[in-house]
Write a protein that binds this ligand. Structure first.
Ligand SMILES: [Zn+2]
Length: 239
């Protein structure tokens, strides 16, 4: 799903995960977050650039009585003596022992993964979620329909504009139905003349006067607040 892809881009692993080292067999020396406050490739970018085997495990680098390096050029010869000393100093505190390294979640106190914590983090990371209205989940509406509305509010339903944003070459992003504007989520559901006609018919049927609607979220918010009778409002939300 595109939402998951976007989330994973912004929610960098190092901000939520960390490794508890035992044998070092299943932890990458440079790419995993296992020591310090960030990944070693971030903390020591110049040394990382000189590394020959960037995906080597911790257990390959830290041996019982030495640290095994594999540089493309010697860091000391290119003026990185201090960085090398700092890195060496940091990792010599690690004592490897038998057992699998464990991946833990930084968001919880005990390191266990909790879905609601990750959800909270995603909400904080994606600015779009802060702008959207709360969806009214009605049991009368199939979940796939509610999900469609939820995605439409965020402009994430399949549309020509969405395809072009993903780098797909298209002759035009104009709506093929009315040829009167870019075919984005708001156009498909709100401003396209066909959508306007259907909406007006539904509101007329329900006896509702709704003058101005600019975005999908406007309809959702209107339905959530409309009328004084709970049953009638619920029916409108369902429609
Ligand atoms: Zn149109």
């Amino acid at each position: 799903m595109s939402i998951e892809k976007d989330s994973s881009k912004k929610l960098e692993k190092e901000k939520t995960n960390y490794k508890v080292i035992k044998s070092g067999d299943n932890t990458q020396f440079w790419h995993d977050f296992w020591i310090g406050t960030c990944k070693l490739k971030t903390a020591f970018p110049s040394l990382y650039a000189l590394e020959s085997k960037k995906r080597f495990k911790v257990s390959i680098r830290i041996l019982a009585d030495e640290i095994k390096w594999d540089w493309s050029s010697c860091p000391i010869n290119v003026g990185l003596t201090t960085e090398l000393e700092n890195l060496t100093k940091a990792i010599t505190t690690i004592q490897l022992q038998p057992g699998l390294d464990e991946t833990k979640c930084k968001l919880s106190h005990d390191g266990n993964y909790m879905v609601h914590m990750l959800r909270q983090r995603i909400d904080q990371t994606l600015p779009v979620n802060n702008q959207q209205a709360m969806i009214k989940w009605s049991k009368l509406v199939p979940i796939k329909v509610t999900c469609f509305v939820w995605r439409a509010i965020q402009g994430r339903i399949p549309s020509v504009v969405a395809l072009s944003h993903r780098g797909i070459n298209l002759d035009s992003t104009i709506c093929g139905s009315c040829i009167d504007g870019p075919e984005c989520a708001n156009h498909i559901i709100i401003s396209c003349p066909f959508a306007v006609m259907v909406r007006e018919m539904i509101f007329k049927w329900c006896g509702i006067n709704l003058s101005e609607v600019n975005e999908v979220v406007d309809i959702e918010e209107f339905a959530a607040k409309w009328g004084k009778q709970y049953k009638k409002r619920k029916r409108l939300i369902t429609i």
